[in-house]
Design a protein around this ligand. Sequence first.
Ligand code: SAH
Length: 359
Amino acid sequence: MQPIYLSSLSQPELSEFVESLGEPAYRARQIFAGLHQRRLRSFAEMTDLPKELRAKLSEHAVISSLTLESRYLSTDGTRRYLFKTHDNFPVETVFIPEEKRDTICFSSQSGCPLQCTFCLTAQLGLLRNLTAGEIVEQIIIALNDAYGVSVQPPRGTNLVGMGAGEPFLNFEELMKAIRVMAEPSGLHIVANRVTVSTAGVAPQIRELAAIPDRPHLAVSLAAPTDKLRNELMPINKKWPLPELLSACKDFEKSLKPNERLTFEYVMLAGVNDSDEHGRQLANLLNRHELSAKVNLIPHNPAEPLPYHPSPPERVELFREILESKGVHAFVRKSRGRDILAACGQLAARSAPESLRSPC
Ligand code: SAH
């Protein structure tokens, strides 16, 4: 029989489970707080529960699906965690320390079904969708490692769904994880601190727009024309640019006053980074009257990907072309390249042994 993974349960589901054990409702609240607010990783640590209940819980349920396999520490302070699920699938998470507020980048799938030619995760193929619990646990373990068990991050935490996988192809579990993490009696990371990135699953962009407490949205473009985007991101054949951008336009209606839609654009030397590409991109966004901002991401190379990053001067010129046409553009700084933790580098690989740090 499949055990019950408690980290996957919403508060009402946990109450139901606790009731099925013949225990009073307030126990469910204690357990939820133990798991999500205090971020405890074993029943033994839940000392506010009677011993008998802890024994009963261990009999019927487990807390965690993820086991930490290795941890890598970049020279820039970024950390990469490589986990295995209970059934042996790889999951990766990246902790990025930042001046204002630290960011945790989580994965929504093990591997990825999309075949973006510039991304290493694509080489794994889809292994499986992650459960809500496996998403939440990534954040809990990264927080415990960064700050200590039960210690609140001093300046809060931003979450980005930009790790392995396509979040919108695992929509239900993703949204459940985001709801569980927002609980005031749990992690209390509100959706407003979460950004989810999609390669362009247009129907889910519209579905997300309709959710009241939704996360922010980023959309990966990588090319300004259907012809080039079909080559780089085969998902474009399913939802081509006109359809994708019309979904984005609809999404804009759901934006809050200070909120903006973000487009990500990976910069591949000699492929999508010419002045002409820049003008095409600006015209495309202006034609759809999108008041979005564009994040330019220099390509993070990894064997055997056939691309090189655009040189910094090229990226800067490209940014200026966008700006000159009224499109706000920023250059995203690459973090954790030396430990294969940067965008597009997650493929459950080992990094240099010197950068591995014991867990
Ligand atoms: N599947 C989703 C979530 C992944 S986010 C999506 O595509 O949006 C990862 C981001 O990194 C995407 O914007 C992607 O285009 C970008 N990316 C992928 N491979 C990269 C690479 N090698 N270098 C830089 N950015 C890359």
